[in-house]
Design a protein around this ligand. Sequence first.
Ligand code: DLL
Length: 439
Amino acid sequence: MAKNYFQPEQETMPLEELRKLQSEKLVRQVKHVYENVKYYRDLMDAKGVKPEDIKGIEDLHKLPFLKKDDLREAYPYGLLGTDLKDCVRIQSTSGTTGKRVVAFYTQKDIDMWEDCCARALVAVGATSEDVCQVCYGYGLFTGGAGLHGGSHKVGSLTLPMSSGNTDRQIQFMMDLNSTILCCTPSYAAYIGETLREKGYKPEDNKLKAGIFGAEPWTEEMRRDIEKNLGIKAYDIYGLTEISGPGVAFECEEQRGMHINEDHFIAEIINPETGEVLPIGEKGELVFTSLDKEAFPLLRYRTRDICVLSREKCSCGRTFVRMTKPLGRSDDMMIIRGVNVFPSQIESVLLNCGYAPNYQIIVDRVNNTDTFDINVEMKEEDFSDIPTGITNREKELQSAMKAMLGINPKIHLVAPKSITRSEGKAVRVIDKRKRLGINI
Ligand code: DLL
C-alpha cells in the first residue's frame, strides 16, 4: 500500500473514473431519496423534477437545494431515508441557534464516515504505531466519535479522552506518549499554553501531528500551535448534516483540504442567487451525499464560504481541494455597515504578537453599532505601566482599522481573564440580537 493513503484506489482515482462513479451513485441516490424521503420528494415535485431527469452529475443543478431551515422543519424524522430500526446512531449539531439538527446513521453510514476520518488521520502520518489522543467532545457532537472511529480503523492506539480536564489530558499525553492530537484548534492552543505553564518545552512531548477543526482558525494560529506544541498542525473539516469530521482534510501539502469526492459531490454557488459558480470562484459550499442511507441529503447548503481548486496536488490525491472556510455566510458580522469576519480580527492579533485569546462584543446604542474587542495581554506585558497599555491599545486599534476599515475599541485585559474553550470557542457576543435585529 502506498504511503500516506488509507484507501489509495479511491483517493487517487483518475478524474474521468471519479466522474463516472459519482454519476452512477447520484442516479441511485436520487432514486433512493425520491422513494423514501417524502419531504424531498415534495421539493422535487414542486420543481417538476423526476428521478429519471437525473442521468448523471451534469443534471445535478436540476435538483432543489436543502437548507438548514428545511432540516429544522423536518425535525426529527422528516428526512430519514430508511426505517428507524435500520439506524444504529444519532449525532447532533451544537445547536446554538434554533432547533438542533439530528442526523441518523446506519452501520454502513458509520463505516463510510469512519473511513473518511481514517483517510484524514493517515494523511497526517498516523499508523498502527501511533497513539491517537482524541480530545474532541464525545457524545452528540461528531468530533469525538468520528476521529475515534477513524483511529480504530487505522489501528492506532486510541485514547478516548473527550474534551476538558486539561491536567489529565497532559498527564496522559506525557505518560502514554501520545503522538497524534485531535481537538479544536482553540483547545490545542490552550493545551499548548498549559504545557508551557507547567514548565514543559515543545520537545518534551512525543506529539508529531495534530488534526484540528470544527471551527475557523487562521494560518497565524496554525504557526502558533505548531511552535508551542512542536508539531505539524493539520486542518480537518466536516459537518454533522453530511456525516461529521472528515468530509475534507489536509494532506502534507497543506494547501487546502481534499474533499472525499467518492462520497460527496461539492458545488460552489452564489449565496444570493443560487447560481452554480465555476471552479475557482468564491461562494457557498453545497454538498450532495452519494452513499448515505439514513440521512441522505441532496444539495445541502452549508453556509460555509470557500473556494475549490482542481490544481494537481503533489500528494497524488485527485480529490478537489477546498480552502479553509473563509467565514460562514451567517458568521459574518455587519458592523456599521461593514462586513467583518472574526478570522480577520484573529489574523491581526496574531500578527501583532498576541495569543488567540479574545472576544468580540457588538451592541447597538443610540442606533449606532458599538464594536469592542477584549484581548488578553501576555504575562510579560501585564506588569507594564498603564500608559504603556494605552499605547498598545492604540497600536492594535490602528492595525484593526487598516484590516477592517472600521475602528473597534480595544481593551487589553489581564492574562487568563477570557474563558478558555475545550470545544468550539465562543468568539463573538452580539448583543444586538436582544433588540430583535436580524443580523
Ligand atoms: O464541527 C464536525 C467536525 C468535528 C469537523 C471535528 C472537524 C473536526 P458541526 O458541529 O455540525 O460539525 O459544525 C459544522 O463547523 O459548517 C463549519 O462552519 C464549521 N467547521 C467545521 N470544520 C471547520 C474547519 C463539526 N476546519 C460547521 N474550519 C461547519 C472552519 C469549520 N470551520
